[in-house]
Design a protein around this ligand. Structure first.
Ligand SMILES: [Zn+2]
Length: 75
């Protein structure tokens, strides 16, 4: 493999691929969690709507108002 560590560009090692070290892997995870890899702002309402829709569907199914598959059949 010729890929390099996404964090520092060094050659990755087997234990931490694609990173060169545990430290770089954690640094990358930290960036991920801190939002540097988050989707563009204009897409946030869409994902929020999807989450709300999914929650509403899950709630309806759990309440017995809807059975899984209704959405497919009734369109
Ligand atoms: Zn590295």
């Amino acid at each position: 493999m010729t890929a390099s560590c996404p964090t520092c560009g060094a050659a990755p090692t087997g234990d931490h691929k694609p990173f060169c070290s545990r430290r770089c892997a954690q640094a990358d995870l930290g960036r991920w969690l801190s939002g540097q890899y988050a989707v563009p702002a204009e897409e946030e309402p869409d994902s929020a709507d999807l989450e709300a829709l999914e929650a509403a569907i899950t709630e309806a199914v759990e309440d017995g108002r809807v059975v899984p598959g209704d959405f497919v059949r009734r369109k």
